[in-house]
Design a protein around this ligand. Structure first.
Ligand code: GDP
Ligand code: MG
Length: 433
């Protein structure tokens, strides 16, 4: 996700990070490079221009914070303004009405049906009892696709393909009787330039859904704006941006909220039902800037790994994790799904090549940590040369491998501490208004 943009911005900030104060010239040159990076990432030029003029304004106006270098301050401002450009704070589903109605609309192939299944799972995990409804009268296979997804995520399904408006109303009645809430309604897509079927407008008028989510494909980049036009008159309340997993550039995520004046509520990061994330502008800015996404990682690990992993994920977030936590995290990663996806979020850990290789490393890490005493696991700094030899013998590894594990752990711990420090002083995270 955002690999090419992150790489370019990382380069800009690395150069700025040279010791000493930044001159005005250096700041200017830095901003110019950031602008080029944004444009190369397909960020709309107006969005990039506004973003950078606010950054420039603040970079001059802000008072110097002692604990940050000038380059870090600039980074902090860019981060905050990037988050502001993406909507500032996280937007949520309204879920108003009884039952609440969530209507998914959008161009053909943008990911509506997949998102319907993901959203049902998301809501189910948060204690709701959603009903998945297919209101796509155009494709006979559509109902089947959604019914299969419903079975897979374990939620009830209703078809509304013959008389969409009447049947969705009937599904709402059923939902009231069976205490299902909300209805997640999938609709047919339309190619760009083709007006959506009038029944969509009728559906919106008759049932007044509290949420009308426009599902857009991140890979369409700026094209998505044009594709969105036909759907905006339906009273779109928010956006879902899909296929972010394949988006190296990030232009859509950065541009769409301001260009369409709609918040992004969720992003799709893969094809499976669990590959949906609530959109959080600050977190997204962190990812774009290449900080990785530890908060997101911790959440996924908690979901995949049960209680022990959840407690340990909390310590990861706080930057106080032990070698035992390190092992719990490594093991939970194995259960959390595509490892590369998870690892890619930890800067520096991004390049563990093969799953097999990782499996081997995991086994070794487990053996090494299990050969340590409880005290050693909690205070690794007491592990000197003779303890290392004992641990290597006990785990069937070499001292070199023990060293390697300790330095991986130390690296992860340092990283977490660094990221913790970047929690900026009050006021830094919010946009200047
Ligand atoms: P619809 O026509 O809008 O209903 O689109 P579908 O839900 O049928 O999705 C079209 C294709 O996009 C399918 O192959 C999905 O698996 C794929 N897809 C949807 N969302 C994502 C996503 O977030 N990431 C990836 N990689 N693929 C996705
Ligand atoms: Mg569909």
């Amino acid at each position: 996700m955002f690999e090419s943009l992150s790489a370019r911005l990382g380069e800009v900030f690395r150069r700025l990070r040279a010791p000493g104060r930044l001159t005005e010239k250096e700041v200017e040159a830095g901003l110019r490079e950031i602008r080029q990076a944004l444009l190369a990432a397909d960020v709309h030029y107006g969005v990039a221009r506004d973003l950078l003029s606010r950054v420039a304004e603040r970079a001059v106006g802000e008072r110097v914070v002692e604990s940050l270098t000038p380059a870090e301050q600039l980074l902090a401002i860019v981060r905050a303004e990037m988050a502001a450009a993406m909507g500032g704070s996280a937007a949520k589903l309204r879920l108003s009405g009884r039952p609440a109605l969530v209507l998914l609309v959008g161009p053909a192939g943008s990911g509506k049906t997949t998102t319907a299944g993901k959203l049902a799972r998301h809501l189910l995990k948060r204690g709701r009892r959603p009903l998945l409804v297919c209101a796509d009268p155009q494709r006979p296979a559509a109902a089947e696709q959604l019914a299969t997804l419903a079975a897979r995520v374990g939620v009830p399904f209703a078809s509304a393909v013959d008389d969409p408006v009447g049947e969705v109303a009937a599904a709402a009645d059923r939902a009231r009787r069976e205490l299902l809430d909300p209805l997640v309604v999938d609709t047919p897509g339309f190619p760009p330039g083709v007006q959506p079927d009038p029944f969509l407008g009728e559906l919106v008028r008759a049932l007044a859904p509290g949420d009308v989510l426009l599902v857009l494909d991140a890979l369409a980049g700026q094209e998505a704006v044009r594709m969105a036009e036909a759907f905006l008159p339906l009273g779109v309340t928010g956006l879902v941006l899909t296929k972010l997993d394949g988006d190296a550039r990030g232009g859509a995520a950065l541009s769409l909220p301001s260009r369409l004046a709609k918040p992004i509520l969720f992003v799709g990061v893969g094809e499976r039902p669990e590959d949906l994330e609530p959109f959080e502008p600050e977190r997204m800015a962190d990812r774009i800037l290449g900080f990785g996404d530890l908060a997101g990682l911790a959440e996924r690990l908690a979901e995949a790994g049960g209680e022990a992993a959840a407690a340990s994920a909390a310590r990861v977030r706080e930057g106080t994790f032990t070698l035992e936590d390190f092992l719990t995290q490594l093991e939970a990663m194995g259960r959390a799904g595509p490892l590369d996806q998870l690892l890619a979020r930890i800067p520096g850990l991004g390049k563990v090549a093969q799953e097999e290789e990782l499996e081997r490393e995991l086994r070794r890490a487990r053996a090494i940590i299990q050969s340590m005493t409880v005290e050693e696991r909690r205070n690794p700094h007491i592990i000197g040369a003779s303890r290392k030899r004992r641990i290597a013998r006990g785990s069937g590894t070499t001292v070199q491998e023990v060293n390697q594990l300790l330095s991986q752990y130390e690296g992860a711990r340092r990283l977490v501490r660094e990221l913790g420090k970047r929690r900026l002083p009050p006021g830094w995270g919010s946009p200047a208004r």
